[in-house]
Design a protein around this ligand. Structure first.
Ligand SMILES: N[C@@H](CCC[C@H](N)C(=O)O)C(=O)O
Length: 287
C-alpha cells in the first residue's frame, strides 16, 4: 500500500499530515507509531488525518495520533497545520473552517499573513473533567486557581511540585518554574505524564513567567516526549497563569521552536491560539 503524506510543522512541533479523503487509509496503532518513528519511519511528534466529517455543519474531521501510535483528543499546533494543508491542497476555499475533533468542534482561521488563529474552545477546569483524581488531596489556592501537590523524584531526591490541571480537550498539568532552561523536564516529565492521579496520562508543562504578557514554556507531551512547542500546552499554561493572577491576556509564549500567541477572556470563554504552520516536504511511503 502506498500512502501520500505531507511533512509539516508549527513552531517546530512536527507532523505527518495524511489526506484520507482522496486515498484509503486504514492503519492500526503499530503502523502509526512506525510512521512517526524518527529512525524506522518518516518521523513526527504527531500524525494528523484529514477526513470527511461525520457530524453535521462541519467541514472536516481531524484525527490525531501521537508518536507512540495512540489516538488523542486534541492538538493545537496540528490544527494550524491542518488548515494550511486543506487550503494548500484545494480541499476547501474557506478561510474559516469548522473542524470535528475527538474533543469537540474547533474553528481555525487562515489569516492574510499566512498565520492561523484557532478558536480552541473553552478550557475545562474541574479536576474530574481533565481528568485528575483529586480525592483525598488538599489543594493550595492561588488567585482563582487551585494547585495540586504531586510527588516526583528529581536530582536524586523526592520533591513536591504544585500543578494547575487544565483540559483543552486533552489533559495538562502546568507547574511554574524559575528557569525553564534548567527545569528537570526530561526527568520529571515522564513521572508526571504517568502519574496515577491522571487516569488518561497527562501533558506536563513547565512555565516561566517573564512579565505579565510574556512567558517561556517547555512541555513534556503525553505519548511524544518533549516537543519544541505544544499548542494546547501553551493554551493550558496561559489559562493557568491568568487564573493564578500572574498573567494578563494576550500572552506571547516563547517555546523552544518558535513563538505562539494566546488570548483568553476568562472562565467560560474560548482560548485563541495563533502561530505559524509550515510545509517542509511532500512524500510517498510504501507500507
Ligand atoms: N502537540 C500538540 C498536542 C498533541 C497531543 C498531546 N501529546 C496529547 O497526548 O494530548 C499541541 O500542539 O497541542
Amino acid at each position: 500500500m502506498k500512502l501520500k503524506f505531507t511533512k509539516m510543522h508549527g513552531a517546530g512541533n512536527d507532523f505527518i499530515v495524511i489526506d484520507a479523503i482522496n486515498q484509503q487509509v486504514e492503519l492500526g496503532p503499530e503502523q502509526w507509531a512506525r510512521l512517526a518513528d524518527r529512525r524506522f519511519g518518516i518521523g513526527a511528534d504527531q500524525i494528523l488525518i484529514v477526513e470527511h466529517p461525520t457530524e453535521e455543519n462541519c467541514d472536516f474531521r481531524y484525527r490525531i495520533f501521537n508518536n507512540d501510535g495512540g489516538e488523542v483528543e486534541q492538538c493545537g499546533n496540528g490544527s494550524r497545520a491542518f488548515v494550511r494543508f486543506v487550503s494548500d491542497k484545494g480541499l476547501t476555499s474557506k478561510r474559516s473552517i469548522r473542524v470535528q475533533t475527538m474533543a469537540g468542534i474547533i474553528t481555525p482561521r487562515l489569516e492574510d499573513d499566512g498565520s492561523v488563529t484557532v478558536d480552541m474552545g473553552a478550557p475545562r477546569l474541574e479536576p474530574e473533567l481533565v481528568p485528575f483524581d483529586s480525592q483525598g488531596l488538599e489543594g493550595v489556592a492561588q488567585g482563582r486557581d487551585t494547585l495540586w501537590p504531586l510527588t516526583v523524584r528529581a536530582r536524586g531526591a523526592e520533591q513536591t511540585v504544585l500543578v494547575s490541571v487544565v483540559s483543552m480537550g486533552n489533559p495538562h498539568a502546568v507547574q511554574v518554574v524559575d528557569d525553564v532552561d534548567i527545569a528537570p523536564v526530561l526527568e520529571t516529565g515522564p513521572q508526571i505524564e504517568n502519574h496515577p492521579r491522571f487516569p488518561k496520562r497527562v501533558n506536563a508543562g513547565y512555565l516561566q513567567v517573564l512579565d505579565r504578557g510574556q512567558v517561556k514554556l517547555r512541555v513534556f507531551e503525553r505519548g511524544a516526549g518533549e516537543t519544541l512547542a505544544c499548542g494546547t500546552g501553551a493554551c493550558a499554561a496561559v489559562v493557568a497563569g491568568i487564573r493564578r493572577g500572574l498573567l494578563d491576556s494576550p500572552v506571547q509564549v516563547q517555546a523552544r521552536g518558535g513563538r505562539l500567541s494566546i488570548a483568553w477572556a476568562g472562565e467560560g470563554q474560548p482560548v485563541y491560539l495563533s502561530g505559524p504552520a509550515e510545509t517542509v516536504f511532500e512524500g510517498e511511503i510504501t507500507l
